[in-house]
Write a protein that binds this ligand. Sequence first.
Ligand code: NDP
Length: 324
Amino acid sequence: MTKAIRVYETGGPDVLKWEDVEVGDPGAGEVRLRHTAIGLNYIEVYQRTGLYKINDFPAIIGSEAGGVIEAVGDGVSDFKVGDRVAYAMNIGAYSEERTIGTGKLIHIPGSIDDQVAGGMLLQGMTAYYLLHRTYKVKAGDTILIYAAAGGVGLIMCQWAKHLGATVIGCVGSKEKAALVKANGCDHAILYRDENVPERVKEITGGKGVPVVYDSIGKDTFNNSLDCLSPFGLMVTFGNATGPVEPLALGILAGKGSLYVTRPTLATHTATRELLDECANALIGAIEGGQVKIAVNQTYPLAEAAKAHADLEARKTTGSSVLLP
Ligand code: NDP
């Protein structure tokens, strides 16, 4: 018997229940993993509220964790008992132990501690694919990143700065502005108080930016389009204020032959080759010192409801982990 956070229905943080669950032996191609740290991601708020559908209740939510392999099933050759591993994009992470197929597992080097291992992959691989695959950020680009002080955001700011970009970060408070400036942002915009397109035009001498990374969604989408230079790319990758409304495509012509994409880490890590590319790049950036994963909040796993409430109230910065 082990403990996990389960949901029986969608709703507020109070639907997260701390319960006994059975974890069986690993099946063929699986391992049993004892979690040492579990990443907290905004995606789990969407799982809890029903924005991202869960088909079978009760369900253990959660998307990523790190831990130690306790047992291996038939046919597993790349992983053995005692290995430190982590994974992302695999529902069921809010648990002390679980079984999981090896297809999503990444070996964790000794240079990376347990809390970073448990909380780095989902946000860090997202930062990687956004900056290197969705739009290839290069030296001299000026780019705009929303929720810059958050988990994905703080990693993106550091990495983009290392790539030689001028980074503009949108944040919700003066304290967050100071934090992003200490992590690679050249300019911080208080996006709920200031006119973002005007500030971006001011910073770029009227040109606008070639790419906007917007995870806020519904409330900021239209303003984000107005920050782009002609042929610019609008990357809408999250829904913190709700999903973006359907778009009349003619608007893109009027604003300068713009492009729009709605990417997801699921596609960018869909094959072992892609997953290894993203994970190796992240581990390399951490070991090389280009990116530091700031685990700024920790919570007991049993208090996942408090962690969700803090995340939704915008109280967190950087990354957060739940400790079993
Ligand atoms: P964050 O740590 O960035 O937390 C969310 C932040 O969003 C808050 O701190 C807050 O920052 C801002 N925010 C704006 N409006 C709201 C609101 N109404 N309620 C709560 N927060 C709000 O979370 P993550 O790093 O885990 O994720 C960031 C975003 O990236 C999420 O939207 C997530 O869905 C998305 N994502 C997308 C992926 C993809 O592949 N498409 C993969 C991973 C994450 P502030 O105070 O500065 O406004």
